[in-house]
Design a protein around this ligand. Structure first.
Ligand code: ADP
Ligand code: GN1
Ligand code: MG
Length: 363
């Protein structure tokens, strides 16, 4: 829930004297637009999700400095192609108020938009190139310098353990209402260990990844549609390329909104899969044979993970994701499970599309 802090007072610490307006549709932080010229984005970091906000800010500072140097070296515009933190009047990259809330400010990137729903598949091609390029730019970032701000964020094995605990505890007394959905998740437990095991035994490389590659976490140019800037850098941590690929298509490959109530409107769209996959593979020639093989599976895995997280939050009484109605989390979980079932049916086609794209580019 949004807090009623005095944001005008907060902004004075960034040397700004107007009041901001709520902005965007993120599920985690409170985001505000500051309509000055140039404009800014003010965010209150969600410290229920990010228990150690100082580590989050250290990660973001280090990552954005690294990206800035890469963008400059490539002749780009770092004020548009990466996030830029604005310091407080005390010279710090964030402000802590009397309640212990953490605020940060970024330059507002003009002439670009994020999308909560895909309007045409070309957007996925462009977003994929941005996410792929983001990984490329971070390929020489010293991963050991990153704090693991949410431990085991995409560890699907430990996500299953968390899920089972939520079912057992049933703190909101809702488990009886969603027995079918719980069974859907539990039936697929063997999937959870595939990527995690391969990372552990060295068959899949750890890379510095974004870990939250929703379409609304990339800004596309309002005129050309080209990918401009990858945003929402809170979860940049060591991870697998498969997490970024799978999570992007979980959201971008759907025929409808993440919280669509009419499940007849939800299916997995192979055309969208094709566009995103092309942009991603094209940009990431370093992809290994095992990663390539698991691309289609990763979409199922990340969709299952996200659905189980929405369902767990429903069982926990809606304490993690922002919700706008009483059943929001279960509505979201159901779209994810509908997608998982459809992806399972389309796995052969997804494998064929992937190999056709790869062979078309690299063979
Ligand atoms: P959350 O972690 O809650 O998802 P985000 O960092 O993704 O928050 O921000 C929410 C939304 O605000 C984004 O989807 C995007 O539309 C917008 N936004 C965030 N940062 C910027 C920026 N620097 N310039 C323009 N828009 C931004
Ligand atoms: C959250 O912050 P946002 O809205 O981009 C969540 C992701 C989920 C996503 C589901 C830190 O992303 O992991 O996939 O919601 N971020 C965090 O829409 O938990
Ligand atoms: Mg976001």
């Amino acid at each position: 829930m949004e807090k009623n802090n005095n944001l005008t007072e907060i902004l004075k610490h960034f040397n700004i004297s107007i009041s901001p307006d709520s902005y965007g549709n993120g599920h985690i932080n409170d985001t505000y637009i500051v309509k000055t010229n140039p404009g800014y984005i003010l965010q209150r970091i969600n410290t229920n999700v990010f228990k150690d906000p100082v580590s989050v800010m250290e990660n973001i500072k280090a990552v954005t400095e690294h990206l800035r140097a890469k963008i400059l070296a490539a002749g780009g515009n770092p004020e548009r192609e990466t996030l830029n933190l604005i310091d407080t009047i005390d010279g710090k990259p964030y402000y802590v108020d009397d309640n212990g809330d953490y605020y940060r400010m970024y330059i507002f990137i003009e002439g670009a938009k994020s999308y909560d729903i895909v309007e045409n598949p070309r957007q996925l091609y462009n977003a994929a190139k941005s996410f792929g390029n983001f990984q490329n730019m971070l390929s020489d970032f010293p991963a050991e310098n990153l704090h693991e701000v949410i431990p085991n964020f995409h560890n699907t094995v430990s996500r299953y353990a968390d899920f089972k605990k939520s079912v057992e505890d049933d703190v909101a007394g809702r488990a009886e209402l969603v027995k079918d959905e719980i069974k859907f998740v539990l039936d697929r437990e063997p999937d959870a260990s595939v990527v995690v095991n391969d990372i552990e035994n060295g068959k899949i490389p750890l890379r510095v990844t974004h870990n939250d590659t929703k379409l609304n976490n990339v800004l596309l140019d309002s005129v050309s549609g080209e990918g401009i800037c990858v945003i929402d850098l809170d979860t940049v941590m060591p991870g697998s390329l498969l997490y970024d690929f799978g999570d992007a298509l979980r959201f971008g490959g759907s025929s409808g909104a993440e919280d669509e109530r009419n499940l007849d409107n939800i299916w997995f769209d192979l055309e969208k899969y094709e566009y995103f996959t092309k942009g991603f593979i094209e940009t990431l020639p370093s992809i290994t044979a095992r990663e390539l093989e698991l691309l289609p599976f990763s979409v199922k895995l990340m969709t299952l993970e996200c659905g189980s997280r929405f369902l767990a939050d429903y069982l926990n009484g809606d304490v993690y994701f922002k919700t706008h109605c009483e059943d929001h989390n279960i509505v979201r979980a159901r779209t994810q499970f509908k997608l998982v079932a459809d992806i399972e049916n389309k796995m052969d086609e997804m494998n064929a599309i992937t190999m056709r794209i790869y062979n078309g580019i690299y063979r």
